[in-house]
Write a protein that binds this ligand. Structure first.
Ligand code: IFM
Length: 466
């Protein structure tokens, strides 16, 4: 840790967080591991997508990324130095079950076995995410998430990991941000596998949730001790830009496709009527079989909330049209006059509090953990590699404060995980965006905690000591 960096003090609502509050850092396999062709790993959809010209900024890929696969013990030591109690990582499906079906790959699984042991030996709780977007390419070749069988393949794979690690891992998240897998992967085509097919995206969404339900049921039934199961969702905080009927309808549609289509299914075993009606207007139906929604709504113990920004929606485009080129109602994300991160994302901590309170009201009796929150900024490192990342630090101060405010108003929020432990491969943005609280020098693979990491460490310590 940089010894001399002056970091902002601790004040405001953050001080109300209890000493028992859980603190962690999060990563995902494809974004940090590298070693994409080692020990029997096969290509995932992201390995393939990265080779598509123009798909990823600068033609980047994650063949090496942060080289975490080879530097894992040092990275665990880094996590320990941050003083967090938990590390949330994901398992690479093509590493542990290279063909997406069939037997376990013992060499791939051994990596996660060692990681879990290293974490526990360092006093850090391992929290596993089973799927953070790296579908084995062979399963995509067989149709990917739009195909029902993929849900069953996911449940089998989940059990494989569960059998290997559940003697030591207490908390299991099935999917990370299924909205991204379905929408960015199959509707907009911005993420792997890069398809642009609305109906396929809706089928993918349903099969992702079905896979979650199948895996959750099977893991819970097999659990030999008390474990926690959950899912991590990126939830839009959608508000109309004005109070007109048109803008309110646009916000309702955005909310329906990003929040309620997931949480109504997961909590109440139903898809919202208004979303089904919107889909019917497009001649799209969700391929629901008898019993699917019951499976999807298998009880969970924790909701992971990933939050980055809130949005304002308008029902008219910039020219004033109310229907788009596809003949569908306009749902326009309106630029906001607030500071933005390097991703161009508006900084809206108040919307975080608003979202958390809304979740507690609409989906009560479900403990929440903030499984991701953080920001990319254009970092400048000094000659020692230290980054005085005031913007990121301020972002964390404001967003952890927003969480504390929601808690004070009754939301049951149990922990906060910074995204991300270290700079990493930011999907379509390649290495152009840095989300880490620890800097990675990609030439040398040196890791240097930034000012935000020091602030995070000091905050955790002070809250625990109170
Ligand atoms: O880097 C991603 C992560 O993989 C999923 N949630 C959002 C982060 C920032 O874009």
């Amino acid at each position: 840790m940089h010894p001399t960096a002056a970091v902002p003090g601790l004040s405001g609502p953050i001080l109300s967080l209890p000493p028992t509050f859980r603190w962690g850092v999060a990563t995902s396999a494809y974004q940090i591991e590298g070693a994409v062709a080692e020990d029997g790993r096969t290509p995932s959809i992201w390995d393939t997508f990265c080779r598509v010209p123009g798909a990823v900024a600068d033609g980047d890929h994650a063949d090496v990324a942060c080289d975490h696969y080879h530097r894992m013990p040092q990275d665990v030591a880094l996590i320990k130095d941050l003083g967090v109690d938990t590390y949330r990582f994901s398992v690479a499906w093509p590493r542990v079950q290279p063909h997406g079906r069939g037997p376990v790959n013992p060499r791939g699984m051994a990596f996660y076995d060692r990681l879990v042991d290293e974490l526990l030996a360092s006093g850090i709780d391992p929290w596993v995410t089973l799927y953070h977007w790296d579908l084995p390419q062979e399963l995509e070749d067989a149709g990917g998430w739009p195909v029902r069988d993929t849900a069953y393949r996911f449940a089998d794979y989940s059990m494989m990991v569960f059998d290997a690690l559940s003697d030591r891992v207490d908390t299991w998240f099935t999917l990370n941000e299924p909205w991204c897998s379905a929408w960015l992967g199959y509707v907009s085509g911005d993420h792997a596998p890069g398809r642009k097919d609305f109906a396929a995206g809706m089928a993918a969404k349903h099969h992702l949730l079905l896979g979650h339900g199948l895996a959750t049921r099977r893991m819970r039934a097999a659990a030999a001790r008390d474990l926690q199961f959950g899912i991590a969702l990126n939830l839009a905080a959608a508000r109309p830009v004005t109070d007109t009927d048109l803008d309110r309808a646009a916000a309702r549609r955005a909310d329906g496709f990003s929040v309620r289509i997931y949480l109504d299914a997961l909590r109440y075993g139903r898809y919202p009527d208004d979303v089904l009606a919107d889909l019917a207007d497009r001649d799209v139906t969700i391929p629901v079989h008898d019993g699917d929604l019951e499976t999807i709504s298998a009880p969970i113990d924790v909701l992971g909330v990933n939050f980055y920004f809130g949005q304002l929606f308008s029902g008219t485009d910039e020219a004033g049209n109310t229907t788009g080129p596809d003949g569908m109602p306009v749902v326009r994300d309106v630029p906001q006059d607030v500071p933005h991160t390097a991703m161009g994302w508006p900084i809206t901590p108040d919307r975080f509090t608003e979202l958390l309170l809304r979740l507690s009201q609409d989906y009560p009796d479900l403990p929440i953990v903030i499984t991701e929150n953080g920001a990319a900024f254009d970092d400048t490192a000094d000659s020692a590699g230290f980054v005085r990342d005031e913007g990121r630090t301020e972002y964390l101060v404001d967003h952890i404060g927003a969480v504390a405010l929601a808690r004070q108003q009754g939301a049951d929020i149990r922990g906060f995980f910074a995204w991300s432990l270290m700079d990493n491969f930011e999907w379509g943005y390649g290495y152009t965006q840095r989300f880490g609280i620890v800097r990675v020098d990609y030439d040398t693979q040196a890791r240097t905690p930034k000012m935000s990491a020091l602030w995070f460490r000091d905050t955790i310590r002070r809250i625990r000591e109170r």
